[in-house]
Design a protein around this ligand. Structure first.
Ligand code: EPZ
Length: 416
């Protein structure tokens, strides 16, 4: 398990290209099971979670080839619907195999994908929605077994606009008998990408309201190729790193239109931001201001996946900030490590109260999950001196090559 070495204390400067989206690509990989033929995805990030999902699809009978950032999945022969425990429990997104396997094979068996450090990660919304579509579940504490004679369209209301549950319902509905109305659906850009992908493959999906979708089942879907959109969380990570180090950066292939909530915050902090199609310019030389109060929200609000990185950046703002996490119940895991660097953070329930300090101390750190790890990278870049971060494999789950990208921005960072 590698460690990152970071010599911090100087501004980020330069241009960096933004990789394809992890949370955009993963549902497209699972949706490829719905197609008895080939799916080609371009701009697919080469990260551990994509490799793990590809491995899982292979065990189900898919043939998979990678050509740099293009992945081809041939799902003509699906020989199994029992998802292997190792991959499923290593990756929460395995839950998004429910919809496609039920749609293609009418059955699925998997170990219940584990919770993780940020929360219990229940699947009640997925199961309640699919049960309305004529799916029967055999509940057991650690396994999910589901089957259906035939998926049926239904009127479904999600009590919470869960991203994964929305994706599972859409993937189950596209080959179901009849029409599905999905209300209170998630609106994240990754949902739009999945709908675009499925419509290109012949699905009939209509957005009939801000968070309402109508899906008319069809007999089958045909082969499709698609480009994965850039990763808005990776882009946000690098912008927040530039604010923490008071740098000036240019992001190429940035999903600017999906980043309004962050861009608004960056301007509140004193950064100059200019978005021009897929290029984002930011001058954070005088971005010292704190953020009086911000809470994470479902899209288009401030994304929970950027919360830890904002927290790290606010530890060196000039003043007090309040950050509230409303999506996950345990997503301040990175606070103790930031305190070891001299950060002044007080936790009260779902709120973090941050008092900016004039500098952070470089030290030996440990990442325990993906976005907390990215937050430690930001803090280490802002700290004076050399830090090491153990648990780099967590960061590699979502960042194709964080060393390569940050070196483009003149950071002194390398994998040991
Ligand atoms: C997706 O997870 C993302 N993962 C997460 O990114 C992201 O943080 C999350 O959406 C919110 O935006 C992928 O896309 C692979 P949810 P998902 O269902 O679908 C509760 C990252 O770092 N809930 O919208 O699991 C749940 O406990 C990851 O890339 C239920 O109660 O998120 C949470 O509190 C982390 N019952 C809230 O909803 C359910 O059945 C949001 O979860 C499902 C969810």
């Amino acid at each position: 398990m590698g460690s990152l070495s970071i010599k911090g204390g100087r501004p980020l400067n330069g241009e960096v290209n933004i990789q394809g989206s992890k949370n955009g690509a993963l549902p497209l990989l699972t949706a490829s099971l719905l197609i008895s033929g080939k799916t080609v995805l371009h701009n697919c990030p080469r990260i551990k979670d994509i490799d793990a999902m590809a491995q899982l699809l292979k065990t189900l009978g898919c043939e998979i080839t990678f050509e740099k950032n293009t992945i081809t999945i041939d799902a003509t022969q699906i020989c199994d619907t029992h998802c292997p425990q190792k991959q499923v429990q290593a990756m929460r997104s395995s839950i998004m195999l429910l919809g496609p396997l039920l749609g293609r094979c009418q059955s699925v068996r998997m170990n219940r994908p584990g919770g993780c450090v940020i929360g219990e990660r229940p699947t009640d919304l997925h199961e309640a929605a699919l049960q309305k579509m004529n799916v029967r579940f055999e509940t057991a504490p650690d396994t999910i077994t589901a089957y259906t004679e035939k998926l049926k369209g239904a009127d479904i209301y999600l009590t919470f606009p869960s991203v994964g549950a929305t994706e599972n319902v859409i993937m189950a509905a596209v080959l179901a008998e009849g029409v599905t109305h999905l209300k209170n659906a998630a609106r994240e850009p990754e949902i739009e990408l999945l709908c675009e992908f499925l419509k290109r493959a012949g699905a009939k999906i209509r957005r009939i309201g801000e968070n309402e979708l109508e899906i008319r089942g069809v007999k089958c879907l045909h082969e499709v190729s698609m480009k994965v959109m850039p990763d808005r969380i990776v882009a946000g990570t690098y912008l927040l790193a530039a604010v923490a180090t008071k740098g000036q950066v240019v992001l190429r292939n940035a999903p600017c239109r999906q980043m309004d909530s962050l861009i608004g915050l960056l301007r509140q902090m004193g950064a100059g931001v200019l978005a021009d199609h897929d290029i984002l310019y930011m001058d954070a030389e005088s971005a010292y201001l704190p953020v009086e109060y911000v809470q994470t929200q479902v899209y288009p609000g401030f994304p929970t996946d950027l919360q830890s990185m904002l927290l790290a950046t606010l530890t060196v703002a000039r003043g007090e900030s309040v950050l509230e996490e409303t999506i996950f119940e345990d997503r301040f895991k990175v606070v103790p490590e930031l305190r070891n660097m001299g950060a002044d953070i007080r936790e009260e329930g779902r709120r973090a109260y941050i008092k900016g300090v004039s500098f952070l101390r470089a030290t030996h750190l440990t990442a325990y999950e993906l976005r907390g790890g990215a937050a430690l990278v930001i803090a280490a870049l802002a700290a004076r001196g050399e830090s090491t971060i153990d648990g780099a494999h967590f960061i590699e789950r979502g960042y194709e090559n964080i060393c390569r990208d940050l070196q483009c921005l003149n950071a002194e960072i390398c994998l040991q």
